[in-house]
Design a binder for this molecule. Structure first.
Ligand code: ADP
Ligand code: UDP
Length: 236
């Protein structure tokens, strides 16, 4: 599959046209950002690790009946995906309080959330991805009521599937972010599922194995992602 014109270069991935009108090439770069792009660094091997990690997770989700945009791995750091019209929305499920929720609500980091909780955020770096609700989404036309219900239900379903996958490998899926899009009438899970967009802790020690290592300057970021992959049985 030949890589065509670059359509978009985001904070961690680049999007290219390809020979298929209904597909795109996603290139996972080593670039790593936090705090809406305020902290940026290039981390050796991260693009390759995340591309393969994402392919593994998307294929697992497909095997469990979740429709995803993933089509095939094209190279170490590139994947072919269905071309979607993305909703400008982030769907977050949290099993344990951490990150922005603890700051916003004064909740102690590490508090169990039963049942798991759900938040929508608007994808807008200039506004620092503000939290929004279903009424905002419908009033401003970011998605219709059916799409909102679908994204919410699917995100909880992904939480069940992946919560078990990580638990079986002695890890806790603390929280994660998903993005969805549409191709024609069909809605798909898009973007990525990697340790860049979720929190994963060791089940016993609660050691952080995700992008919080980068946010907090703990070091060993890509090494931690590789450890998560290895525990899931993924050969990188
Ligand atoms: P950001 O835009 O937040 O900086 P990335 O660097 O990850 O993020 O850029 C990837 C971009 O590609 C995101 O804007 C994402 O919404 C978009 N995207 C992901 N999957 C698809 C897809 N299947 N079709 C079209 N766009 C996609
Ligand atoms: N997240 C993400 N992209 C964003 C915002 C959040 O992937 O633009 C992920 C983040 O990695 C975490 C979850 O969504 O796993 C919840 O993030 P939170 O709201 O706590 O924000 P943070 O404090 O991490 O910026």
């Amino acid at each position: 599959m030949l890589r065509g014109e670059e359509l978009y270069s985001g904070k961690a991935k680049s999007v290219y046209r390809c020979e298929r009108d209904d597909a795109l090439i996603l290139k996972f770069r080593d670039d790593t950002s936090a705090f809406d792009g305020e902290k940026m660094e290039s981390l050796d091997r991260k693009g390759v690790v995340n591309n393969k990690f994402n392919a593994f997770i998307m294929q697992h989700l497909e095997s469990q009946g979740v429709k995803t945009h993933f089509l095939e791995l094209l190279s170490d750091d590139e994947a072919l995906v269905r071309k979607l019209e993305m909703f400008p929305i982030e769907c977050v499920v949290r099993n344990i309080a951490s990150g922005s929720m603890t700051r916003r609500l004064g909740i102690e980091d590490g508090t169990d959330l039963a049942p798991p909780t759900f938040e929508f955020f608007l994808k807008n770096d200039a506004l620092h991805d503000p939290m929004i609700n279903e009424y905002h989404i419908e009033s401003f036309g970011w998605a219709d009521a059916d799409a909102v219900a679908f994204m919410k239900a699917r995100t909880f379903e992904v939480n069940k599937i992946l919560g078990k996958l990580f638990a079986d490998a002695n890890m806790i899926l603390v929280d994660f972010k998903l993005e969805f899009g549409r191709q024609g009438e069909t809605l798909y899970l898009g973007d990525e599922f990697t340790p860049d967009g979720c929190r994963i802790w060791d089940a016993k020690t609660r050691e952080k194995l995700d992008k919080d290592r980068f946010r907090k300057g703990l070091g060993g970021v890509v090494e931690a992602y590789e450890q998560v992959a290895a525990r899931l049985g993924l050969q990188l």
